[in-house]
Design a protein. Structure first.
Length: 164
């Protein structure tokens, strides 16, 4: 089974149409998930509030292979300070301006990965292969650019094993 998830409107970039043409059998957008809290980026549903949607999809599809494509949103520019609830990343330790885009981006990324670490501990996630890929270099300018590797996009690949 194939499912796609994006916390903002499917009208944005005509995703409603092209996700189906790309072969996704089920598509979920912000308009399908009424009542979940909204964040600043594109007024979409906050990533941390979509973690249960992801877990539920895996739980509901335990008897079949599932390809789940999730385009996250909260860590996207504009890096809204009001969407940062996890203050674990200390920007000053990395010589970052605490009010700058590079700092807010790092805090939002940390927040996402902290929430992801909770998601992948759920039993329904065992055996899942995870590939996380940025869709573009973070749009950061000015003196904050020193914290970005130009023309690079990060990725992470791992498989969730059963805990011992």
């Amino acid at each position: 089974k194939t499912i796609s998830l994006h916390g903002t409107s499917g009208v944005l970039y005509d995703r409603t149409n092209w996700y189906v043409k790309a072969g996704f059998q089920e598509v979920l957008f912000g308009e399908n998930l009424i009542g979940l809290p909204r964040c600043s980026a594109f007024k979409g549903i906050c990533d941390h509030d979509l973690m249960e949607v992801v877990a539920d999809s895996f739980s509901e599809n335990l008897s079949q292979n599932l390809f789940f494509y999730w385009m996250t949103l909260t860590s996207h520019q504009p890096y809204a300070k009001q969407d940062i609830h996890n203050q674990r990343f200390d920007c000053t330790k990395f010589d970052m301006n605490p009010k700058g885009d590079a700092c807010h981006n790092a805090q939002l990324q940390t927040q996402f990965f902290d929430n992801l670490s909770k998601l992948i501990q759920k039993p329904e996630m065992i055996g899942t292969e995870v590939v996380i890929v940025g869709d573009h270099q973070p749009p950061i300018w000015g003196e904050d650019i020193k914290h970005i590797r130009p023309l690079t996009v990060g990725y992470l690949h791992f498989k969730i094993k059963e805990s011992n």
